[in-house]
Design a protein around this ligand. Structure first.
Ligand code: FES
Length: 137
């Protein structure tokens, strides 16, 4: 698809309101990683649904097939469109909304550090997805 910006699209991620540029044929997760950010994901193959987000506005494509059950979850809600950012490539500018317990993480500086507009309470109660599991004493 030819666009004036070489196929790049803007993806806005709520609730934080962070906007990123996603290059042509790039997935949303890959674009986040390229820009030092991360959202929750596991398999990055479209198989687990860990990255599932609401597709609030716009359209995405899946260059490799993904299961509708994984995209929409085990209990799909007809009024909500979903997407898998690990496999989704935007066809238009897109707005997605993370789940209530999901956050964008700056992998270099920690959660919320690159998101100065986040209020203090949200930052202090957020969890860091890469800090799960046992910790050293
Ligand atoms: S990380 Fe598994 S479906 Fe996206």
């Amino acid at each position: 698809m030819n666009t004036p910006n070489g196929g790049a699209r803007t993806v806005t991620i709520r609730p934080d309101g962070v906007s990123i540029v996603v290059l042509e044929r790039e997935t949303i997760v890959d674009a986040l990683r390229r820009q030092g950010l991360r959202i929750r994901y596991k398999c990055r193959r479209g198989g687990c649904g860990a990255c599932r987000a609401a597709l609030v506005e716009g359209h995405v494509a899946y260059p490799t097939p993904v299961s509708d059950t994984v995209v929409n979850g085990p209990r799909p809600q007809p009024e909500t469109r979903s997407c898998l950012p690990c496999r989704a490539t935007p066809l238009t500018d897109v707005i997605i909304e993370l789940g209530p317990r999901d956050r964008i993480v700056n992998v270099l500086t920690g959660i919320g550090a690159a998101l100065p507009h986040l209020d203090t309470e949200r930052r202090s109660t957020a969890t860091h997805p890469t800090r799960k599991g046992p910790t050293c004493p």
